[in-house]
Design a protein around this ligand. Structure first.
Ligand code: SAM
Length: 393
């Protein structure tokens, strides 16, 4: 469900002038949903600020400390392996008490490999792990891992290419799929990537710096109204119109700190403990990386790619993503279309998933790693229903 009243969705390469743009600031519906979301969900950037303030830093070369900072780590790995919990491990890197599972698994968002490394420690020698990431630095780390572990295969591409990228490796079905959505701490910590409003850098924000347009390039071309729609739709920013106008009055888009300052001045309603540019930066990042579109594509492809009994585990950090995953799993675990009052019996569609479940971080994890507080893990098991591509998804 889109919160925007605009009829056409802006896309990363469009500059459409949507004349039906919502009056973002004043909508009563907007107010209630924004308040509800912001009470429960911190953005990725806010999580990072909490982490920075509490002295946590995930951008470390020490692999173990990164493993410890990976969110909902044992829960996600257990889910992907289809077990209730992992056996206690004295040393995750040495594979003691390993489950030694065979099969083919996918980590759709490698990052620095926290989830991948724990998963690998429970895989048998004949298992395979295919890891995806859009980010060139994440891919270098993944390639380093692959050079010492022949079970690992690396794909530098979006997880939206799941089916074709796996087919290129000769794989048509897998036993488990996991994704930990959003951006990583190393990405935000590197000011030159443009994700942070606290560190100066180019206004880029691409996860994959080898392709696509940067936010700066897009801002040069976009009109006020389209920009406002993006800030509203992907950042739930109530003051999107006035912020968009202020951004478009800037002479150039060369510095994230300058951009953040302009947003701060234009923002009429600062909240304690939250930078006024938080939602606008989140919106531009989600838009330029087509994050929600990629998630939709990935979820749709999970149906034919997962074997019967295969496991899906997806971690998200904000309501825009979590809602999509929840609705996808609801739709495909009920086996019925929404009720149509004109029909005596609602028609059936295949039940592709069973046991959908939501898991949040424990109190202990939140106190150890404040970054985890807005995370939700959604899990489900693929049923044995044949995939029927012609039946409406
Ligand atoms: C939260 S981090 C994952 C951290 C990882 N689980 C770990 O333990 O290190 C998210 C990663 O997903 C990548 N990413 C985000 N969207 C992607 C997409 N559509 N396709 C591939 N990678 C993506 C980002 O570049 C980032 O490295």
């Amino acid at each position: 469900m889109s919160l925007s009243k605009s009829k056409s969705k802006p896309t990363p390469n469009s500059n459409a002038n949507d004349s039906s743009a919502a009056d973002h600031a004043e909508s009563a519906t907007n107010l209630s949903s924004v308040e509800a979301h912001s009470a429960q969900n911190l953005t990725e950037e806010s999580r990072q600020h909490i982490a920075q303030e509490s002295g946590e830093d995930c951008a470390t070369s020490d692999e173990l400390s990164f493993i410890h900072d990976a969110v909902l780590l044992p829960e996600t790995v257990a889910a992907v392996l289809g077990v209730k919990s992992l056996p206690p491990q004295k040393d995750a890197t040495k594979g003691q008490n390993s489950l030694q599972m065979s099969g083919i698994y996918v980590d759709a968002t490698f990052g620095r490999g926290g989830h991948s490394r724990l998963l690998l420690s429970h895989l048998a020698d004949d298992a395979k792990l295919i890891v995806f990431d859009k980010d060139p630095t994440a891919i270098s780390v993944a390639k380093e891992l692959a050079s010492t572990d022949s079970r690992v295969h690396v794909v530098h591409d979006s997880f939206a290419t799941l089916t074709s990228s796996l087919a290129a490796l000769g794989i048509t079905q897998v036993d488990g799929l996991m994704a930990d959505l959003g951006i990583s701490s190393p990405q935000i910590d590197d000011g030159s990537r443009g994700f942070s409003f606290m560190r100066d850098g180019a206004v880029d924000m691409r996860m994959d710096t080898s392709r696509g347009q940067s936010v700066a390039e897009w801002l040069e071309k976009v009109d006020d109204e389209t920009l406002a729609n993006v800030l509203y739709e992907f950042g739930e920013e109530r003051h999107s119109r006035r912020i968009a106008r202020a951004i478009k009055q800037m002479d150039s888009y060369e510095s994230t700190l300058e951009l953040a300052e302009v947003i701060k001045i234009a923002h009429p309603n600062w909240q304690r403990g939250k930078h006024p540019a938080t939602q606008s930066f989140q919106a531009m990042r989600i838009f330029i990386n087509n994050e929600l579109g990629d998630v939709d594509d990935f979820l749709a492809q999970s149906i034919p790619i997962l074997k019967p009994g295969g496991q899906l585990a997806v971690i998200s950090f904000h309501s825009l993503e979590d809602r999509r995953i929840k609705q996808f799993l609801q739709r495909h675990s009920k086996g019925q279309y929404p009720e149509d009052e004109n029909l005596p019996m609602p028609p059936k569609r295949p039940r592709y998933f069973s046991k959908p479940k939501r898991v949040g971080p424990s109190k202990a994890e939140i106190s150890h790693n404040p970054r985890s507080r807005s995370a939700w893990l959604r899990l489900a098991t693929r049923t044995d229903s044949d995939y029927l591509p012609d039946v409406e998804q």
